[in-house]
Design a protein around this ligand. Structure first.
Ligand code: ATP
Ligand code: MG
Length: 164
């Protein structure tokens, strides 16, 4: 790992109250890449969805279970890589689970949009899962960054960033 790279790992109890800590920790760690507010919010939302899935689906609310998160940033590539891993029930059909509106918990008012949100708010989403063993969700996001947005605004290239 060179000086442009940095990483952290953490193990969290699979409790819904840890969701906000997890997303804030990831967001804070990404700050050296100078993300826009929108990019930070995208990361926070994607992390929330992944962590919530571990609590709600992987462990079905069971206590004494853990979520392992690893975050890696590469400042040369402006890249954030996030892994959220559980050792829960696993997903029998990942392709189906990734479809918008697919949920196995419609009775609990889940909308089946978590993976779609993760995919929309990041640049790459990968899901590896084995029934009875667990699931790893990996997300990658490239940070275009506030300074880049500013440069584009000054150059009159990106009118949208005037609203940020
Ligand atoms: N970590 C996981 N372990 C086991 N099953 C999972 C996991 N994550 C997702 N799933 C399965 O994939 C389905 C789709 O997940 P997704 O997050 O897209 O929707 P949801 O959680 O059901 O609803 P929403 O996220 O909108 O509240 C879930 O209903 C569940 O069956
Ligand atoms: Mg979900």
């Amino acid at each position: 790992m060179n000086c442009a790279e940095n990483m952290f790992s953490m193990r969290l109890s699979a409790l819904s109250e840890n969701e906000s800590f997890a997303r804030s920790a990831v967001a804070a760690f990404c700050l050296p890449l100078d993300p826009t507010l929108e990019e930070i919010n995208d990361i926070k939302t994607a992390v929330s969805e992944a962590v919530t899935n571990c609590v709600v689906h992987a462990y079905n609310g069971a206590k004494d279970k853990y979520i392992d998160m690893t975050v890696h940033i590469d400042a040369r590539l402006n890249k954030v890589s996030i892994s959220v891993k559980d050792e829960g029930c696993g997903i029998p059909d990942v392709k189906k689970a990734l479809e918008p509106f697919f949920t196995t918990k419609a009775d609990e008012e889940r909308s089946g949009m978590g993976f779609t949100i993760m995919r929309t708010f990041t640049d790459c989403l990968q899901v590896k899962s084995e029934e009875g063993k667990g699931t790893e969700v990996s997300m990658t996001k490239f940070i275009r960054g506030a300074s880049d947005a500013c440069a584009r605004r000054n150059a009159g290239i990106d009118r949208a960033c005037e609203e940020r």
